[in-house]
Write a protein that binds this ligand. Structure first.
Ligand code: KIV
Ligand code: ZN
Length: 529
């Protein structure tokens, strides 16, 4: 395999993915995801859009200084102010990349930017030149490239390369293109852009028509060597191209694509779970590669085939994405050793203290459930170990409810050395618990969504509650698991409240919201002109 055939995987979960409605990751969550992405060995992590808010700035800076391995990129519109802010956050990275962009489609130039094509071209060039005066690695994106005039697009790319762009990116910003058409666009850019051999050709596809992965793969067949994508396909509107699907397609069909990747696919499943847990965005069961049913065989004919020869109905091994086939069932007689071995097989590497906490949770669960499955273990580990600032700790929850009773809850919450007990009535038991927690913590938030899932089948299944609360426009997600669904709901809410307190503190330290801009916002508006 020659270096010509190497595909670079650019993950933008922390930037474009975080632009999903209702998703808001704090700095700790972003570091956790970036660390996991480094284990997955993606080539580039786009850590955020530093000018968007001081919180985004802090996250990019933290990822740049703490996460090693991949290139760390930050987004900037084509202005000196954005580029300065991106560089300020990025300069701590071992391998920093400034990613600057400007829209090139007629509708974006005319209606959003209110600039002529000539003005757009010179802004793009100036931005790249300025970014190159700060960083050696500069990516230039022509936003809405798929709906741009091809001749103009190539002119802009050629000028950007001349000004020093090391990567030129062709986004299908609105998910409008189709595979053959998009491959054709990539071929056109390769054939008609002066100096194109000096830059990496990247693609960035959105999923509005469900074609983001297909378009990205088609682009690879046409010579693109960087694909931009997100874990679980998270992203603006219908999302971005899903990393796990692109990677597994390129690996599984290497015979067809003939390309190589550096990604360690064994970390795909864990990364998907982590992103889902921290964002509160569920993965649909039939989702390719990482959905719960992706490797499940229900029909008798299929099961028979699988038992005779796995490849009859399995084109990828579950182990290849880090889903070990569990032959060991854990229960209350399983000791520390068996539990630790299981954790290792599931891909966790925990500190001694974390292992101890996890083992205590496991024995607790094994007392209530006969058999503890891998899914149960994952749920309790994620519950225990996902970094959440713990200002409040739920010590006790008691509920009276029934079809003829007024739902009433009593909770005891610890905050440092202070213990507060409160009771409240509600429309239902969960509502009563949440009102009691509000009273005990003194934190009022707006509950945006609440959901409850069973982690496994069976009456003794662990319940997993996920809540989203909004505080001053800031969305915080909490998750809790227990065999008691009321306890799971209470834990999830307390975790969300802890995140609210944390983000209020960050805000009051001056790290939040004095400027906010989204990547697709007109420059004039974001700059208050
Ligand atoms: O979708 C898009 O065009 C983008 C650019 C900023 C690359 O996200
Ligand atoms: Zn995008």
């Amino acid at each position: 395999m020659t270096e010509m055939n190497r595909i670079f995987v650019f993950d933008t979960t922390l930037r474009d993915g975080e632009q999903s409605p209702g998703v808001n990751l704090n700095v700790e969550g972003k570091i956790e995801i970036a660390t996991q992405l480094a284990k997955l060995r993606v080539d580039v992590i786009e850590a955020g859009f530093p000018v968007a808010s001081p919180g985004d700035f802090a996250a990019v800076k933290a990822v740049a200084s703490q996460v090693e391995g991949p290139v760390i990129a930050a987004l900037a519109r084509a202005t000196e102010k954005d580029i300065d802010r991106a560089w300020e956050a990025l300069k701590y990275a071992r391998k920093p990349r400034i990613h600057t962009f400007i829209a090139t489609s007629p509708v974006h130039m005319r209606c959003k930017l209110r600039k002529s094509p000539d003005e757009v071209l010179s802004m793009g060039v100036e931005a790249v030149r300025y970014a190159r005066s700060l960083a050696n690695d500069v990516e230039f994106s022509a936003e809405d490239a798929a709906r741009s005039d091809r001749g103009f697009l190539c002119e802009v790319f050629a000028a950007a390369i001349e000004a020093g762009a090391t990567v030129i990116n062709i986004p299908d910003t609105v998910g409008y293109s189709t595979p053959r058409e998009f491959a054709d666009l990539v071929s056109y850019v390769r054939a008609h852009t002066a100096g194109i051999h000096k830059a990496i050709i990247s693609v960035h596809c959105h999923d509005d028509l469900g074609l983001a992965v297909a378009n990205s793969l088609a682009a690879v067949t046409a010579g693109a060597t960087q694909v931009e994508c997100t874990i679980n396909g998270l992203g603006e509107r219908a999302g971005n191209a899903a990393l796990e699907e692109i990677v597994m397609a390129l690996k599984t069909r290497q015979d067809y694509f003939g390309v190589s990747l550096d990604v360690d696919t064994k970390h795909i499943y864990r990364t998907s779970r982590l992103v889902s847990t921290l964002t509160g965005v569920f993965v649909q069961p039939n989702k390719a590669v990482v959905g719960d049913n992706a490797f499940a065989h229900e029909s008798g004919i299929h099961q028979d085939g699988i038992l005779k020869e796995r490849t009859t109905y399995e084109i990828m091994a579950p182990e290849s994405i880090g889903l070990p086939e569990s032959r060991l069932v854990l229960g209350k007689h399983s000791g520390r050793h068996a539990f630790n071995e299981r954790l290792k097989a599931l891909g966790y590497s925990l500190s001694q203290e974390e292992m101890e906490r996890a083992f205590n949770r496991f024995t607790d669960l094994a007392d209530k459930k006969k058999q503890v499955s891998d899914k149960d273990i994952e749920a309790i580990i994620e519950d225990e170990l996902v970094a959440t600032p713990a200002f409040f700790e739920l010590q006790y929850v008691h509920v009276i409810s029934g079809n003829h009773a007024v739902p009433t809850a009593t909770v005891r919450v610890k905050n440092g050395d202070t213990i507060v007990e409160e009771a409240a009535c509600g429309d239902g038991p969960v509502d009563a618990v949440y009102k009691a927690i509000d009273a005990a913590t003194g934190i009022q938030t707006h509950l945006v969504s609440y959901s409850l899932n069973a982690v496994t089948g069976g009456k003794d299944a662990l319940g997993e509650a996920t809540v989203r609360v909004k505080d001053n426009g800031n969305m915080c997600v909490g998750r809790g698991t227990s065999t008691d669904v009321i306890e799971a709901s209470a834990k999830a809410y307390v975790q969300a409240v802890n995140k609210v307190v944390h983000s209020r503190r960050v805000f009051s330290m001056g790290l939040q919201n004095n400027t906010t801009a989204r990547a697709d916002e007109p420059i004039e508006k974001a700059e208050g002109k």
